[in-house]
Write a protein that binds this ligand. Sequence first.
Ligand code: CU
Length: 155
Amino acid sequence: MKHTRLLITTLAALSLSAFAQDADVATIELKPHAQNPLGYDKTELSVKAGQKVKLTLNNTGSIAPQPHNFLLVKPGKLDAVGALANAMLADPQGMAKSYIPEAAKPDLLANTKLVQPNQTETIEFTAPAEEGDYPYLCTFPGHWLLMKGVMHVTK
Ligand SMILES: [Cu+2]
């Protein structure tokens, strides 16, 4: 009897601590937009500065399946990274590089690899410490003009 109670107490404590940890994590799922195959289903995300973020790019449910990725970049860098991404169309190694431009890496805060249709990838990262609006985009050539959004980082 005593042992049973101890076990229950321990389990309750374990699940409580797991919950406390999860509450600190921003869990985000991004998918292709159901009607617009060249858009994310969410164009705005909100996280707290310095928060742990668990982001899943779930590439399912599109009416026109194609590969996509997710890149979070520094404020103001959307157009520059997008232009570099489109230029990768001419790179025979583009697909192998997940269409992540080498020259964009200093502006890159987090990213998935290229996720094929019906695949998912989950990444974990720490949200920027600075408040601001951080653009995200898909750098598969031609996608970024429509496939983009903003992650609002707040205190
Ligand atoms: Cu895309």
